[in-house]
Ligand binder design. Structure first.
Ligand SMILES: NC(=O)c1ccc[n+]([C@@H]2O[C@H](COP(=O)([O-])OP(=O)(O)OC[C@H]3O[C@@H](n4cnc5c(N)ncnc54)[C@H](OP(=O)(O)O)[C@@H]3O)[C@@H](O)[C@H]2O)c1
Length: 333
């Protein structure tokens, strides 16, 4: 990426990047990459140890000494929020919503009081904000925001409420000298343990990787390599502000998505799972079926228009690469 004088504050030092919530899945990917490039990486955490970057404590609720880290920083990437991989009980809903709104407002407050605020604020959001639909893809300009679909379960509507409130918290923050970008991210696929790719591949390896439900629902995804490259692109392109879809340009129906993954792994067939089986499984695993059953047809309109090129635009190439990397990790372990 262009790490030039138009972006970095000084030619004599590398960029300083502060990541609230940077201890999780996405933060680890980013921190590893950015630290390797020589950037100064600071992670704001409520108490987790992180293998990469300097960890500074915060409670994600109150201003504190941590706010000094934003003084003179180049970029803040806010990834904080309670995991959505849980049952949407009342208590969990409260935490999912509050952790995102409060931490986003807090980052906004820290930027507002900084004498030398970061030039750029990359704020996590989600591609789940778009409507459950099959007819056309959602880009940032013509996409339909969700919430009004007549058949949408209450859990899906809750996710859209969260997505909207999260963006609103960022939009309302007073940060006149800081460019704000909201990352409407699709599922990020990396071979790391604990991520969504590991879960999907686990199903395929156990012979369970058939279609989910009727398999018509679209899956939006992005390879971790392109996720990182897209964020670097956003850092370098000062004309880009507001919501940006962070997804590969070719989402595909679930049945095809799973077939391609099976082929990449070298497995001919996989047992399909009906809707009721998925609901029962999600109950036992204490999670929700939304991630699997909602049709997410999201495309990266603004990234493509601005000239960004994907290394993995198609799931077939991405799946082969991810399976190879997964096998390599295992053989090295
Ligand atoms: N992974 C994806 O494919 C994907 C796709 C779309 C959107 N996103 C969004 O992008 C963000 C980062 O994703 P991720 O996969 O890296 O998530 P993650 O692994 O769950 O990490 C999120 C981080 O948020 C912090 N956190 C957890 N509970 C919190 C709470 N109650 N209050 C404040 N902070 C809390 C944690 O840091 P500490 O415990 O260290 O404080 C945690 O490491 C999330 O907000 C997620 O919703 C992710």
């Amino acid at each position: 990426m262009a790490r030039g004088p138009d972006f970095c504050r000084s030619r004599t030092r590398f960029m300083k990047i502060v990541m609230p919530g940077g201890s999780g899945q996405i933060g680890a990917l980013l921190a590893r990459h950015l630290a390797k490039q020589g950037y100064e990486v600071v992670i704001l955490s409520r108490g987790r140890a992180c293998p990469v970057g300097r960890v500074v404590p915060w409670d994600a609720e109150h201003l504190g000494d941590w706010a000094v880290e934003l003084e003179g920083a180049d970029v803040v990437i806010n990834l904080a929020g309670r995991s959505v991989n849980c049952r949407y009980s009342r208590r969990n809903r409260r935490e999912i919503l509050a952790s995102r709104i409060n931490s986003t407002r807090l980052v906004g407050q820290a930027i507002a009081i900084a004498k030398d605020p970061p030039r750029l604020w990359l704020q996590a959001g989600t591609a789940t904000i778009y409507a459950h639909r099959f007819d056309a893809a959602n880009d940032e300009d013509t996409g339909i925001l969700g919430g009004g679909e007549p058949e949408a379960p209450d859990t899906w509507r809750f996710s859209i409420e969260v997505a909207n409130a999260w963006e609103q918290a960022c939009n309302e923050a007073e940060a006149p000298h800081t460019r704000k970008v909201i990352l409407r991210s699709a599922m990020t696929m990396s071979p790391d343990p604990g991520g969504v790719f590991a879960v999907l591949l686990g199903l395929v390896r156990r012979g369970l990787g058939g279609r989910a439900g009727d398999g018509r629902q679209y899956v939006s995804w992005i390879h971790a390599f392109d996720f990182i490259a897209a964020l670097e692109w956003l850092m370098a392109h000062r004309e880009l502000t507001g919501p940006i879809n962070i997804s590969a340009p070719n989402p595909l129906p679930n049945a095809d998505f799973m077939r391609v993954l099976r082929e990449a792994w070298g497995r001919g067939c996989g047992l399909p799972a009906s809707r009721w089986m998925l609901e029962a499984g999600a109950f036992v695993l204490r999670t929700e079926t939304e991630l699997i059953l909602k049709s997410r047809r999201v495309v990266p309109g603004r990234l493509l228009t601005s000239g960004f090129r994907f290394r993995f635009p198609d799931w077939a190439g991405a799946a082969v690469d991810l399976c190879d990397r997964w096998r390599n990790r295992r053989s090295l372990a």
